[in-house]
Design a binder for this molecule. Structure first.
Ligand code: PLP
Ligand code: COI
Length: 340
């Protein structure tokens, strides 16, 4: 096991020994292999460099209470990456090979998967980009798929402390655009808004739907869930947000394990004033409580406050992380064990 201060890890890149690489050329992906080389050398006119033809995924591996190494629903990331690839005219990476690449990367870096009980986990970043030269606007014809992993702590500093976010006037996704896929370009165009939010003292941006500026969409890197005063989980329905694996999992946990009512529907910003709890969910964010939403000079203060997560979010969090860390048996197929 590496000598790392696991309990104080933030969310940043730490180079680990091995990563997985596969190349696409002449119409097919090669079998792929592990390499120690963490650098990528590219043609100056590569599709990724000129026209941002790149997509990515994010998922985690965990060391369980009984010492196993597991990943959480990697098949859903594999399937979502196929959707992202189609939308950016890239060759889909075979789903079985994707899951295999994940398992190989975790196994090869097992010493970097944080010990159980530290609150940290091993964040995996699969990504794919156009490698051959383009000059006119056109898709590349050669691509590289890679997966690296890095030990990671909480995405939002402070971990389970509620955060303050603001409603932004910038948009992250247009109707019929790319908001529903995990394209690098969606994040590039959010950088200005996130820098501005940070300068003003907010941790994240709440994006409204860009067509009507009425409905809550998501933040730059996580979906929303809300808990109503009568204990329902409600979450935005939209074609322009990323279909979060974490959110789909929390909806299942809420409905089938905790016996809650769950609704996926349009949620107006006005309605948020009446919610009991608000959380941001995603692989990196896990379930991070929101205490305050700033909207153009006015504050929406969630009754759960700024000190700790609300009780329903806490129950959802405990159940989901209980499944991920092997304390609770999850639904069939959610946990993929890494054979050592
Ligand atoms: N929304 C956006 C924009 C994201 O970048 C992410 C992170 O992947 C999520 C939501 C959460 O998705 P998931 O739970 O699949 O990580
Ligand atoms: C993830 O949660 O995996 C993401 O990709 C979000 C990103 C903002 C770190």
């Amino acid at each position: 096991m590496e000598n790392i201060d696991w309990k104080n890890l933030g969310f940043g890149y730490i180079k680990t020994p091995k990563r997985y690489v596969s190349n696409y050329k002449d119409g097919s992906w090669d079998t792929g292999c592990l390499t120690e080389d963490g650098t990528v050398a590219l043609c100056e006119s590569a599709g990724v460099l000129q026209y941002a033809q790149t997509i990515f995924e994010g998922l985690k591996a965990y060391r369980t209470v009984d010492g196993r190494l597991v990943t959480f629903r990697p098949d859903l990331n594999a399937a979502r990456m196929v959707e992202s690839a189609r939308r950016l005219v890239m060759p889909p990476f075979p789903e079985q090979q994707f899951v295999d690449a994940i398992l190989q990367t975790v196994r090869a870096n097992a010493d970097y998967v944080p010990p159980y009980g530290t609150g940290a986990s091993f964040y995996l970043r699969p990504f794919m980009f156009g490698t051959d030269a383009v000059l006119g606007v056109a898709p590349a014809t050669e691509f590289q798929f890679r997966v690296f992993g890095t030990p990671a702590g909480p995405y939002f500093r402070g971990g389970a402390k509620p955060i303050s976010i603001r409603v932004t006037d910038y948009d992250r996704a247009a109707p019929h655009g790319t908001g529903h896929i995990k394209a690098g370009l969606n994040y590039a165009m959010s950088l200005y808004a996130i820098e501005e939010a940070h300068k003003l003292g907010f941790t994240e941006n709440l994006y409204l739907d860009s067509a009507t500026r009425t409905y809550v969409e998501e933040t730059g890197g996580a979906n929303f869930i809300f808990i109503t005063k009568d204990g329902k989980l409600v979450t935005p329905k939209s074609d322009t947000i990323l279909p979060s694996v974490c959110r789909r999992s929390l909806m299942h946990v809420a409905a089938y394990i905790l016996g809650m009512e769950v609704e996926e529907r349009h949620i107006t910003l006005d309605e948020v004033r009446d919610m009991a709890e608000c959380g941001l969910c995603g692989t990196a964010a896990v379930l991070s409580p929101v205490g305050r939403i700033h909207d153009h000079g006015k504050d929406i203060l969630l009754p759960s406050g700024m000190e700790k997560m609300g009780p329903v979010c806490q129950e959802l969090y405990d159940t989901l992380t209980g499944i991920q860390y092997g304390r609770i048996e999850g639904p069939e197929g959610w946990i993929r064990e890494v054979e050592l």
